[in-house]
Design a protein around this ligand. Sequence first.
Ligand SMILES: NC(=O)c1ccc[n+]([C@@H]2O[C@H](COP(=O)([O-])OP(=O)(O)OC[C@H]3O[C@@H](n4cnc5c(N)ncnc54)[C@H](O)[C@@H]3O)[C@@H](O)[C@H]2O)c1
Length: 336
Amino acid sequence: MKYMGNVYDMTNKKFIFLTGCAGFIGFHLSKKLLDNEYRVIGIDNLNDYYDVDLKKKRLAILKKNKNFFFKKIDISNKTKLKLLFERYKFDIIINLAAQAGVRYSINNPDEYFNSNIKGFYNLLELVKNKNIKHLMFASTSSVYGNQKSFPISENANTDHPESFYAASKKINEVMAYSYSNIFRVPITSLRFFTVYGPYGRPDMALFKFVKNIINNKSIKLFNNGNHFRDFTYIDDVVNNIFLLIPKAPTKKDNYYQNINICGSNPQSLKKYLNLIKINLNKNKIKFKNLPMQVGDVYKTYGNNKNLVKKNKYKSFSNIEDGIKKFIDWYKNFYKV
Ligand SMILES: NC(=O)c1ccc[n+]([C@@H]2O[C@H](COP(=O)([O-])OP(=O)(O)OC[C@H]3O[C@@H](n4cnc5c(N)ncnc54)[C@H](O)[C@@H]3O)[C@@H](O)[C@H]2O)c1
């Protein structure tokens, strides 16, 4: 990094500004970047939506690398963000900080408004007119709502978000499009489909299922387990984000693109559960069948042709290996 008067210029080094670095995807992406000679300035507010200790443990691993710099900042705090942007000049920014979770958004919309809408707006305001090379941000397959035809391509209608979480991400995409269009900030919205793997989120199904099964507790099956998800292994997600960094949208795309990040291989929740059962050596699992939850969708199944074409990436992990890796990590991490 080069000091220029009162500003550190990161543009001549492989420097990345990453928000949400203590989160599940942010942690793995930071590791990938650090392993590939990038320097990462990571921020996170370390909120207690789920176990803060897990976030701190992820951070402790990242902090061992001398090319990782951490600041505890909330993206909804424009003053603090602004100070950071006055001090450092970034040209690649990846925004993963957000309040995640579909179900939590039903009773806690404020969190989504502050982090996802206001926080992302703050970032957009700070990057405009700054010659940013590429801003990437986390969107979600939830923007598609309940679709009838599959696989879902990026052109599918996204006007019917089923939850406020989905609505907040759709708002991100619309705001981003306008900033790309007006200020020519090249922006990519990464539409993630159910990401899973080691160091995964405790509020997500895989983590909850494994934890409850190990503790001989019953697991809740919404819609009687009648769901399909395009489960995407974390390594495939970070490898693809990494490959997309130099592929910013250009004038012909109006400086904006939505990209599905998925393996395009939906699996039934029942098969997913069965694999967990096999890996945990259990003969029987206790269920509690519950109706479909408000905000939930029956099936996610993305078309990944755009992604594969851009990145020439075809080696998506299979669910058998992915679940095994998660369970190996879980047992080792929690000593069970
Ligand atoms: N994991 C998935 O399956 C999935 C699917 C679709 C979209 N996404 C999106 O991808 C992104 C990363 O997801 P994740 O699974 O790693 O979630 P995560 O909750 O593990 O990571 C998000 C991180 O952002 C931080 N954060 C939240 N609000 C913040 C704020 N206002 N300021 C600063 N930091 C803040 C949190 O403390 C957390 O460490 C999120 O935007 C999420 O909505 C994830």
